[in-house]
Design a protein around this ligand. Structure first.
Ligand code: ATP
Ligand code: MG
Length: 579
């Protein structure tokens, strides 16, 4: 309102004729009130035509303005397939008509560190995309009484103080479509893998409300990771959010990647979002996925450590928008956010630069909402909404195993469970280094297959008893036979859970291994031979009892009689096993 009391200005190269001037004045008085006064300003730069400014509203009939408008419209074409650019340009030139609508134009007050403050855009909304004179885009992140703070999605050197900024009325969007499968894109959906343009079906806002309760159904189908320690004790269901948490270099990414690799042939679309990672590690990961044929059903969204914090901040939302597109088409999606600690750090950097008041550990007060509004979008949609699902595997890095730090506790409370990876276990060779006591899956067991559920039995309990006993007996030398036996049994179970990368086990294999191990088959096998023994035993059982597999595949439970049969087979194999 304040801006409207300013005098209106009419810019032109030469003084306007009296008659035209009166007409402009009548127009602005009608539109903005009788107190408006119009003054003429000479501006040779606009060449021909007029430009009328009323507060932050600008009506541009000038040659300069039209040229700029033309340039912007051409720039908007940029996103589409490069191969079809010529027919597209022809079509564009035929249909282009200049618009002389009132535009809200503001002015850059300050710029630096990927942030610009802008004045004069009183009606700009939170999350709206602003267009700077140089063609750079930004997103409104902070609304103040007299200025707005905006994060820039490009080189801030190209934005200068005093230059013009325009509202677009649009919120940040991500192009989506099945063309993204097999591709590597940045946080704005632009390809970075030199494989040409990506044709897309629609733009989706990167931020969207999560599906409501009515639109969801309970998690009732397993999402198999192929990792025994996870599928048996901390099963993940389609639509679940399971956190992978642990210190640096404890195999967090490996678990997520194994889960992606294991979706081959299972009709699940995977999205891997790299946040603030080294470009070299991401390219290695993409190579690994491609070599295993996983890029046939996977899209990768990356924001590198060297990218501006603004891109790191929007990357997970962009990946999520892409996932939602497939979920709403009734597909199953697995999305990995690697990792949300770096995401929180990028957001903290932006918030401090936007001069928001810092709270605990210098994070702004809304950092909880940052992740809850992202992870809430994972869902298992109801049949009316197509029955699709999006399973989220966020990753969080802890410092010295401290799960009670600010960001870890926030995310633990948002997710449906966590897989806690322990550095000590990892270094001792227990890989994947899943800490059985601190890990949990709050919904997945409802989606576990009957076969696996019937085989798991007391595994978790036995393992925790073993861990306790191990600490207890560490320094004692003379142990009685019963204790020794218990220790050997527990050790066997720990070795059972060791699994190298990319060596996924089917649900059937997992079931057999568990039944045999809980039947104390592994107790007297030397520890370094357990891995060979497992493989041999699986081969032997599949060869000698080929009908067992059908039971697991038909989602039936293994009763005591069947378990007995499997243990007998395992024992028979053990007799042939040469140590
Ligand atoms: P960062 O903190 O750097 O992101 P991270 O926790 O994601 O690390 P990874 O990169 O997954 O850890 O794994 C670290 C190393 O451990 C890799 O070299 C990987 O090959 C190895 N590793 C991970 N899991 C296993 C496993 N089950 N068996 C053997 N080696 C493993
Ligand atoms: Mg990692």
């Amino acid at each position: 309102m304040r801006a409207m009391r300013k005098p209106a200005k009419l810019f032109s190269n030469t003084p306007p004729r009296e008659e035209y001037f009166r007409r402009f004045e009548a127009f602005i008085r009608k539109k903005y009130g009788d107190e408006m006064v119009l003054e003429w300003v000479e501006d040779p730069s606009i060449r021909s035509g007029f430009r009328l400014e009323v507060g932050s509203h600008v009506y541009d009939w000038s040659e300069k303005g039209l040229l700029l408008q033309f340039k912007e419209s051409i720039n908007e074409l940029h996103h589409t397939d490069e191969l079809s650019i010529i027919p597209l340009l022809q079509d564009f030139l035929q249909n282009w008509t200049p618009k002389v609508l009132a535009e809200e134009i503001g002015e850059v007050l300050t710029v630096g560190d990927g942030i610009a403050t802008v004045s004069g855009l009183e009606n700009a909304a939170y999350g709206e995309i602003l267009l700077f004179e140089s063609g750079i885009r930004g997103m409104v992140q902070e609304l103040r009484r007299d200025k707005i703070g905006c994060i820039l999605f490009g080189d801030c050197d190209q934005v200068t103080q005093g230059s013009a900024v325009k509202r677009t009325g649009k919120t940040a969007g991500m192009p989506v479509g099945s063309g993204f499968i097999g591709r590597v894109v940045d946080a704005l959906g632009r390809p970075v893998d030199h494989k040409g343009g990506i044709s897309f079906t629609q733009y989706r806002p990167i931020e969207r409300p999560a599906p409501g309760i009515i639109d969801r159904q309970s998690v009732n189908e397993p999402l198999e990771t192929g990792i025994l320690a996870i599928d048996s004790m901390f099963p993940i269901g389609k639509g679940q959010r399971e956190l992978i948490i642990g210190d640096r270099q404890t195999g967090k990414t490996s678990i997520a990647v194994d889960a992606i690799l294991n979706q081959k042939g299972k009709d699940v679309i995977c999205i891997y979002v790299a946040i603030g990672q080294k470009a070299s590690s991401v390219s290695q990961l993409v190579e690994k996925l491609a070599a295993a044929g996983a890029m046939d059903y996977t899209a990768v969204v990356i924001s590198r450590a060297s990218d501006p914090a603004s891109l790191q901040y929007i990357a997970p939302y962009a990946g999520c928008a892409l996932g939602e597109y497939f979920m709403e088409k009734g597909r199953d999606v697995l999305i990995v956010y690697d990792d949300l600690s770096k995401h929180a750090v990028a957001y903290r950097a932006l918030s401090l630069l936007l001069e928001r008041s810092p709270g605990r550990e210098a994070y702004p007060g809304d950092v909880f909402y940052l992740h809850s509004r992202l992870l809430e979008r994972a869902a298992h949609l109801s049949e009316e909404r197509g029955g699709g699902s999006m399973t989220a595997l966020p990753i969080v890095e802890t410092q010295a195993g401290d799960v009670s730090a600010y960001i870890p506790t926030n995310i633990i409370s948002i997710t449906d469970g966590q897989i806690f990876l322990e550095s000590g276990l990892f270094l001792s060779g227990q890989r994947p280094a899943v800490n059985v006591g601190l890990s949990v899956s709050r919904v997945g067991s409802a989606a576990q297959t009957k076969a696996l559920k019937s085989a798991v039995g007391t595994l978790r309990l036995d393992l925790s008893q073993y861990r306790e006993m191990e600490v207890f007996t560490q320094f004692s030398s003379d142990l009685d036979d019963a204790t020794k036996e218990k220790l050997a049994y527990g050790q066997g179970l720990m070795y059972l859970l060791r699994q190298s990368n990319g060596a996924a086990l089917t649900q059937f294999e997992q079931t057999i291994l568990l039944i045999a191990a809980l039947g104390k088959i592994l107790t007297d096998i030397p520890l370094d031979k357990i891995s060979t023994f497992k493989k041999g035993m699986l081969r032997y059982i599949q060869k000698n009892a080929p009908d067992l597999r059908a039971i697991a595949d038909n989602d039936q439970a293994f009763d005591d009689k069947l378990k007995e049969e499997i243990i007998e087979l395992a024992q028979a194999y053990k007799k042939t096993f040469r140590v």
